[in-house]
Design a protein around this ligand. Structure first.
Ligand SMILES: Cc1cc2nc3c(=O)[nH]c(=O)nc-3n(C[C@H](O)[C@H](O)[C@H](O)COP(=O)(O)O)c2cc1C
Length: 190
């Protein structure tokens, strides 16, 4: 089991690297690859945006009907990859995805720009729409609702927090510079 201090060090280093990426002018510095897998071990990956990071973990939001959300419900063990090639840095995270509280998701949804809120309602993530006119019609429909102040968080849209049990930091010159199994954190959470 690792010393508890490793968690603090790993989270502080991640915060520093994310801040460096933001200051380096990288496009979408908070973009991360999210890997999920079904219970029968069939994996899939996609990009998502990190929306909150603190000592509880790494939070992203999504449509709960999406493939990623269905796979997390089946199997909550996921991996994340942050890649900042401009800085020669990567961070790998492995952990368990947990749904955020409804109140937290409501507050985050309310803080989003209007177009993003309309998009959350209009999009049918992972499921095709018959054509782009259907999408435009849905956008118009939800924009009208937004104008009358009725656009609260859809029940099919929320967040997951990835509670890490491992964080690995890499840079290309100095391959693996720091690895933290975070065993203490996992023991506290289980
Ligand atoms: C840079 C970037 C950021 C993205 N961020 C998100 C996100 O935060 N949440 C999300 O649900 N989809 C996001 N997407 C779309 C996903 O990559 C993906 O296409 C979609 O969520 C459907 O994934 P799934 O069918 O594997 O669940 C993003 C795409 C890109 C290119």
């Amino acid at each position: 089991m690792q010393a508890a201090g490793n968690i603090t060090v790993a989270l502080a280093l991640f915060h520093q690297w994310l801040t460096d990426a933001e200051h380096a002018g990288i496009v979408e510095p908070s973009a991360m690859v999210l890997a999920t897998a079904t219970k029968t071990k069939s994996p899939s990956v996609r990009m998502v945006l990190l929306k909150q990071f603190d000592d509880r973990g790494f939070t992203f939001y999504t449509n709960l009907s999406s493939r990623k959300a269905s796979e997390i419900v089946e199997n909550p063990y996921v991996a994340l990859l942050f890649s900042w090639p401009e800085l020669d840095r990567k961070v790998h995270v492995a952990g368990r995805a947990e749904p955020v509280d409804a109140s937290e998701a409501d507050a985050y949804f309310a803080s989003r720009p209007l177009l993003s809120r309309i998009g959350a309602w209009a999009s049918r993530q992972s499921r095709p729409l018959p054509n782009r006119f259907v999408l435009l019609w849905r956008i118009a429909q939800f924009a009208t609702k937004a104008a009358s102040g009725q656009l609260t968080r859809p029940i099919f849209w929320s967040g997951f927090r990835v509670v890490p049990n491992e964080i690995r930091f890499q840079n290309n010159r100095d391959l693996q510079i720091f690895s933290s199994p975070l065993a203490v954190m996992e023991a506290q959470q289980e």
